[in-house]
Design a protein around this ligand. Structure first.
Ligand SMILES: O=C(O)c1ccccc1NCC(=O)[C@H](O)[C@H](O)COP(=O)(O)O
Length: 261
C-alpha cells in the first residue's frame, strides 16, 4: 500500500476489515454494460451524467437507511441517473454483494461495485459492470487493473492527488475518479477535483467523486472537466422517501445553468 499521510481511524478500520474479507473461489467472467456509452446516452438526452450511489450508511452518516436498495436504485434511474454505484462493504457502509446482484438485475444501466478491494481474489466476489480500485490502497495497481479487465470489469481507478493520478495513468486506467474526500480527515473539498483534473488527459473518462450536493456543485465539477459525477449522500438524503430519492437525483441530472442553488 502507498502510505503517505495518516489515515482517519475510520478508514484504518475499513482497511483492516477489508484485509480479512475472503475473495471468490474462481475468476468471474463479466459482460459489462459500457459506462462511456451510458454517459453518452445521458448527454444526448440532456441529462447531466450522474452515477447515483446506493449507500445505506457510512462513517460520516448519522443514520442507516433500511429501505429496499432495489427500490432506491430504481428511483435513481427514474430520476435520470446514467449509472448506479452500490456499496458492497458490509461493516462500515451497510452494503453486501447480494444487494449489488439484485440491483444489477433490476436496472439496465451500468452498475459500479464500490468496495475496498485489495487483492485479486476479492474481484471474484460478485459480478458488476465497473469495479472501484483505490490507487492509494493497492500494492500493484497495474496488476489489479489488468486482472479486473481480464474478467470483463471496467476498472474505475480512484485517486486523490497528482501522484496517485500518475500511478493510475501508468497502470493503464481509462476511467479515473478524483475523490474530493480526504481520507485523513474525511472532509470534502471540491477544489481537489478542480486541481487534479487539470493534469488528466482528454481521452480519460473522468469522474468527480464525493461532496457534490447542489446543482451549483454539479456545474462547478462539469466546468472543471468532469464527464460524470458520483453522488451518494445528497441523493440518499438519509431518512428521505423513494420519491425524494428520485427528486434528489433529478435535481442534479437536470442541473441547468439558470438554477442557482
Ligand atoms: O462516505 C464516507 O463517509 C466515506 C468515509 C470513509 C471512506 C470513504 C467514504 N466514502 C466513499 C466514497 O467515495 C463516497 O461514498 C462517494 O464518493 C460518494 O460521496 P458522497 O456523495 O459525498 O456521499
Amino acid at each position: 500500500m502507498n502510505s503517505r499521510a495518516a489515515l482517519a481511524p475510520e478508514v484504518a478500520s475499513i482497511l483492516a476489515a477489508a484485509r480479512e474479507r475472503p475473495g471468490g473461489d474462481a475468476p468471474l467472467e463479466v459482460e459489462p454494460r459500457s459506462l462511456p456509452d451510458a454517459l453518452e446516452r445521458a448527454e444526448a438526452d440532456g441529462r447531466v451524467p450522474v452515477i447515483a450511489e446506493v449507500k445505506p450508511t457510512s462513517p460520516t452518516a448519522d443514520s442507516t437507511r433500511e429501505d429496499d436498495p432495489v427500490e432506491l436504485a430504481e428511483s435513481m434511474v427514474a430520476g435520470g441517473a446514467a449509472a448506479i454505484s452500490v456499496l458492497t462493504e458490509p461493516s462500515h457502509f451497510g452494503g453486501s454483494p447480494e444487494t449489488l446482484t439484485r440491483v444489477r438485475e433490476a436496472v439496465d444501466v451500468p452498475v459500479l461495485r464500490k468496495d475496498f478491494v485489495l487483492r485479486e481474489d476479492q474481484l471474484d466476489v460478485v459480478k458488476a459492470d465497473l469495479m472501484l480500485v483505490i490507487a492509494r490502497f493497492v500494492e500493484n495497481l497495474e496488476e489489479l487493473v489488468a486482472a479486473a479487465r481480464d474478467r470483463g470489469f471496467q476498472p474505475l481507478v480512484e485517486v486523490h492527488d497528482e501522484t496517485e493520478l500518475e500511478t493510475a495513468l501508468e497502470s493503464g486506467a481509462e476511467i479515473i475518479g478524483v475523490n474530493n474526500r480526504d481520507l485523513a480527515r474525511l472532509e470534502v473539498d471540491l477544489e481537489t477535483f478542480e486541481s487534479v483534473s487539470r493534469a488528466v488527459p482528454d481521452d480519460i473518462t473522468l469522474v468527480a467523486e464525493s461532496g457534490i450536493s447542489t446543482p451549483a456543485n454539479v456545474r462547478r465539477m462539469r466546468e472543471a472537466g468532469a464527464d460524470a459525477l458520483l453522488v451518494g449522500n445528497a441523493i440518499m438524503d438519509h431518512g428521505a422517501t423513494e420519491t425524494a430519492v428520485e427528486a434528489n437525483t433529478r435535481r442534479l441530472t437536470r442541473a441547468t445553468p439558470e438554477e442557482e442553488t
